[in-house]
Design a protein around this ligand. Structure first.
Ligand code: HEM
Length: 516
């Protein structure tokens, strides 16, 4: 009897020590080993702090930076990315900080950046972290290896130029709705102050609803409104360290997130089922993203006679959710900074209008004309450099990997700070923080000398699939706006760029619109 009790006590103690050792290894000894390993290679870094890493400092510096607006300059990195900006300024361009227990190695050398972006199997999208973010978007953005190859192949045709051509009327209709509202607002005085930021968000959301779901536009809009609410709930939840399992607690937020998830899935599933029936009866229009995606999916299955080569309904649902997540906020962010910068730099606004009127007069913009707008193109490139909607790219290293002269241990994260790279004096020169679209007049690669230093849409094989879509959408919107209005920054405009999921104007974008 006594022997059994002693044996049981020993087993319990062994289990306790095993888990205690595992926890202390994960939370302390492993990070400390990695810290030593990185320091031995000459990298400077912040000291590891138990479990949280630099989390508290990051939140604190972001809150401080956001507490007041800045002067109207384009030197925005200290406000938008305060913690990473300070780390890189004090520790060097290649250094490390901490995301909880994981070291985050910052890479600024264009040759190393190219290598990271070219090898998507060695440098993968980060896994782990807060699992709630998966409720927002998975699909192509999240897939790896063969799964990613399969998804990209099926989705790619939806973004070919000849398919985008058919989406131009959707861009036009969405922009007309926005402009009608502005015309009502300026009606009495011929000019009026408008915070264009919410209008541009509604516009980019309408564009995605129309182009994704065509005739089911209204239903699509409803789905996207739910997704927007989901994004807000998730962003709130990710502002604190995630405690494993806490997403299953029956809190008000958790319940609402689950409810939204089910409603969104149900609606998209219903639309897909209807569309499949219509496709079989040859009654469906394949001009929208959903139609093209389903068409490309079934062609792939038919071609190889193997249903594993296509996407499952669940996967199609995830891709539809991703279109919204990846395409709405980013395009809205790009447009709002274009309008703010052109409101501030009136000479460039005048040049862009001159070009638009020269190409289209007062006619509706068409795709050929939009593809030939040179001044607008260089303005967009410069806005995307200074106010890149996506401020950083992050990758996880699953196995020990060589990068330049560094050996990076398995499990660490590498980060390319797009915003800091776009504001780097060594790369762009002393006038780095000035708005000079002309620097792109001979193309991006001429200025960067082909180096991976300009990455608003990422780079390598995982470059943004919606790049041409977004550029066309923004060109259509700006052309239609310039044909009808001139605008300048309102005295009540407060310059406060900040990064949420994308770079956004924290206090809105108050412009004075004048009807032409
Ligand atoms: C100005 C607008 C946009 C910007 C600045 C932008 C930026 C980016 C960036 C930087 C990436 C790479 C992320 C990484 O490597 O970690 C990316 C990927 C992606 N973007 Fe965009 N994007 C924009 C518009 C769109 C639109 C309109 C769509 C779709 C409707 C879209 C769909 C995607 C998808 C699906 C990926 C993942 C590609 C892959 O991993 O293979 N994006 N985007």
């Amino acid at each position: 009897m006594e022997i059994t009790t002693v044996f049981c006590a020993l087993v319990v103690a062994a289990i306790f020590f095993f888990y205690a050792w595992r926890a202390s290894n994960r939370l302390w000894f492993k990070p400390k080993r990695m810290e030593k390993f990185l320091k031995e290679q000459g990298l400077k870094g912040t000291p590891y702090k138990f479990m949280y890493g630099d989390f508290k400092e990051m939140v604190q510096s972001t809150n401080e930076a956001k507490s007041q607006p800045m002067s109207l300059t384009h030197d925005i990195a200290p406000r938008v990315s305060p913690f990473f900006h300070k780390s890189i300024t004090t520790l060097g361009k290649h250094c490390f900080t901490w995301m909880g227990t994981k070291p985050l190695v910052h890479i600024s050398d264009p040759t190393m950046i190219r290598e990271i972006l070219a090898n998507h199997n060695k440098f993968q999208k980060p896994k782990g972290g807060n699992p709630l973010t998966k409720l927002l978007a998975r699909g192509l953005l999240d897939a790896e290896g063969d799964q990613w190859v399969k998804h990209r192949k099926i989705i790619k045709p939806a973004f070919h130029m000849e398919k985008l051509k058919n989406m131009v009327p959707a861009f036009y209709a969405s922009c007309s709705e926005m402009i009608e509202k502005w015309e009502e607002l300026v009606y009495t005085e011929n000019s009026c102050e408008v915070d264009v930021w919410p209008h541009l968000q509604t516009f980019s959301s309408a564009v995605i609803s129309r182009t994704a779901f065509g005739s089911n536009f209204k239903e699509g809009k409803n789905i996207f409104e739910l997704q927007r609410e989901q994004a807000e709930l998730i962003i709130n939840a990710t502002n604190s360290i995630y405690i494993p399992g806490s997403r299953f607690l029956p809190t008000k937020n958790n319940k609402r997130m689950k409810e939204i998830e089910q409603q969104v899935k149900g609606s998209i599933k219903g639309m897909i089922n209807n569309r499949v029936v219509e496709m079989k009866a040859n009654e469906a229009s394949n001009d929208d993203l959903l139609g093209i995606l389903l068409d490309s999916n079934y062609k792939e299955i038919k071609l190889h006679g193997n249903s594993n080569l296509g996407l499952s309904i669940e996967e199609v649902i995830e891709e539809c959710k991703l279109f919204y997540f990846a395409g709405q906020d980013t395009a809205g962010s790009m447009l709002v900074w274009i309008m703010i910068l052109l409101g501030h730099h009136s000479e460039w606004q005048a040049r862009a209008r001159e070009e638009v009127l020269h190409v289209f007069g007062d006619k509706n913009p068409d795709i050929d004309g939009l593809n030939h707008l040179k001044v607008m193109n260089i303005i967009f490139n410069e806005v995307l450099r200074l106010y890149s909607p996506v401020v950083l790219l992050r990758r996880l290293i699953p196995e020990e990997t060589k990068l330049g002269n560094l050996t990076l241990p398995a499990g660490i994260l590498v980060q390319i700070n797009t915003l800091l790279l776009h504001h780097d004096k060594d790369m762009w020169g002393e006038d780095v923080n000035d708005f000079i679209p002309r620097r792109f007049s001979e193309g991006v690669s001429k200025f960067t000398k082909g180096q991976a230093a300009y990455l608003p849409f990422g780079g390598g094989s995982r470059i943004c699939i919606g790049q041409n879509f977004a550029m066309l959408e923004a060109k259509m919107a700006l052309s239609m706006i310039l044909q009808r209005f001139s605008f300048e920054l309102s005295p009540s405009y407060s310059h406060a760029p900040h990064a949420v999921a994308t770079m956004q104007p924290q206090s809105g974008a108050h412009l004075i619109l004048h009807k032409l």
